[in-house]
Design a protein around this ligand. Structure first.
Ligand code: MG
Length: 382
């Protein structure tokens, strides 16, 4: 192990982001070493990963799988449940924690890691959507870096290397438009789970794939960008770009626009978050613009994709509203995936929850966690 080996903790190791991150680690064994891994319920894959990467501890979310993991990994510390995850997130003997957890459950691990003065490669956008202001304060206090993994934010980050923040005119977050970009609004009530899970460009987990279909994902990304890049909502725009080749852009005061391009594959932003400021060589598929041929752009349809406007409104109202927006969305998405509500009920339920909740101007961590529980219960019974 050389002196510039980065010690990593990968939380959410068995999801698509975690698996891709371990591919990067596998290709640069001198640069990275895995110290901790966590998984929600995929015990077999976690065991396989642990046997390959020899972490000193792992955590399995599902307590029913604990015995199996424990038995398969003698000599490895095995933790379990929510407390095991938070314990790993709070350990200070790693250089970078990759937060590849899904949904609002990823927020507290982000906070624990910052409090332990560990840099974060953040894939869990919900952390910043729910607690962006709070997290930014903590980052400053503990002098911790937060490196975005989300492809749009990685693109903006790359465009901003060497630039003066005061020269930024606006950020342009691109989005594919999802599978229903051209579907008439009259058909939205009939959208099936299978249709919504079929993303045209990106292979991702179920929750974010539905978020892409409603375009709430783009709304959440605008909120994420607001906290990552310290810019108000009126300096962040969305443009639909169905080919997903330009991953986002920055426009400067002189009218110059920088864009970051690449194949639509999370491998690149995942690696950059771990290798920054370097772009390390990989032999994976490279961008062939002549083959792509055409790049097109259009305005997002806010009538059809109501979640985008809900997110902009939540950002403007601030305080507790983005917390409720995020949790209500998450619960509504799971109800849709369980076949309990139609696709177009997702924005309706979110609106109901935001209207019904008791507004808090500056929520602290306890407020945020209490609001999370309230919103989950509200959506479950709505
Ligand atoms: Mg994204």
């Amino acid at each position: 192990m050389s002196s510039n080996t980065k010690i990593l903790s990968v939380l959410g190791a068995t999801g698509s982001i975690g698996v891709n991150a371990l591919n990067v680690v596998r290709s640069y064994p001198d640069l990275y070493r895995i110290k901790y891994l966590s998984a929600h319920s995929q015990a077999d894959l976690l065991i396989e990963q642990a046997l390959e990467f020899s972490p000193s501890a792992v955590s399995i979310g599902d307590p029913d799988q604990y015995g199996k993991v424990k038995q398969a990994l003698p000599g490895v510390e095995v933790l379990q449940g929510r407390s095991g995850l938070l314990e790993l997130a709070g350990r200070d003997d790693v250089d970078t924690m990759l937060n590849a957890l899904v949904g609002s459950a990823g927020m507290e691990p982000t906070i624990k890691s910052i409090q332990a003065s560990v840099d974060i490669a953040l894939s869990n956008k919900e952390s910043l959507v729910m607690a962006g202001d709070f997290i930014n304060g903590l980052l400053e206090k503990h002098n911790v870096n937060l490196f975005p993994v989300d492809s749009e934010h990685s693109a903006i980050w790359q465009c901003l290397v060497g630039e003066a923040p005061e020269d930024i005119k606006r950020l342009v977050v691109t989005g594919s438009g999802g599978p229903f970009r051209t579907l008439p609004i009259e058909s939205f009530a009939d959208i099936t789970i299978a249709q919504a899970l079929k993303h045209p460009n990106w292979a991702m987990g179920r929750k974010i794939t539905i978020d892409s279909a409603t375009m709430m994902n783009k709304g959440l990304e605008v909120i994420e960008a607001r906290w990552l890049f310290h810019l108000p909502a009126d300096k962040i725009d969305i443009v639909v770009h169905p080919q997903s080749i330009i991953h986002s852009m920055v426009e400067f005061l002189d009218g110059s626009v920088k864009a970051q391009l690449g194949i639509p594959d999370m491998k690149i932003p995942i690696q950059y978050a771990l290798s920054y400021p370097r772009h390390l060589k990989q032999d994976w598929e490279q961008l062939d613009l002549a083959k792509v041929g055409t790049l097109t752009f259009e305005e997002p349809d806010l009538e059809k994709f109501k979640c985008i406007q809900l997110a902009f409104d939540a950002l403007e109202q601030g305080g507790s509203v983005p917390v409720v927006l995020n949790v209500a969305n998450e619960e509504a998405v799971y109800r849709f995936l369980d076949g309990e509500i139609p696709f177009n009920s997702i924005p309706e339920l979110i609106t109901k929850a935001i209207d019904a909740h008791e507004f808090i101007e500056h929520p602290n961590l306890d407020d945020i966690l209490a609001l999370e529980r309230w919103t989950q219960a509200f959506i479950k019974r709505s």
